[in-house]
Design a protein around this ligand. Structure first.
Ligand code: SF4
Ligand code: SF4
Length: 94
């Protein structure tokens, strides 16, 4: 009886550990997916009202102003999304 219980416990533990391993693999795959498919921010110049809020939040200074509208340097953008959530008129997307 005790042996069966211990076996059952060992089996549950093994099952639990396997699931944890699987879960962590899935997270790694998701992260990789995110890194590969993350897109640089894009500004809808028609929607931009030139408030410059996005310029100050970019951690890599990838946004500048051009003709009163925000302009993203796609080669510098690290896809953090800060500008997207900062824009008051939703003019930036990724
Ligand atoms: S997504 Fe981040 S890094 Fe790219 S332009 Fe916006 S704030 Fe800058
Ligand atoms: S925060 Fe939005 S509206 Fe303001 S300058 Fe940037 S893109 Fe334009």
């Amino acid at each position: 009886m005790l042996n069966s219980l211990l076996e059952l416990r060992g089996f549950s533990k093994l099952f639990f550990n396997l699931n944890l391993k699987r879960l962590s693999k899935s997270f790694k795959v998701l992260k990789l997916f995110e890194e590969v498919f993350a897109m640089a921010a894009k500004v809808d110049r028609d929607a931009c009202v030139g408030c410059e809020s996005c310029v100050g939040v970019c951690p890599v200074s990838a946004i500048s102003m051009s003709d009163g509208k925000a302009l993203v340097d796609e080669s510098a953008c690290v896809d953090c999304g800060s500008c997207v959530s900062t824009c008051p008129v939703g003019a930036i997307s990724q």
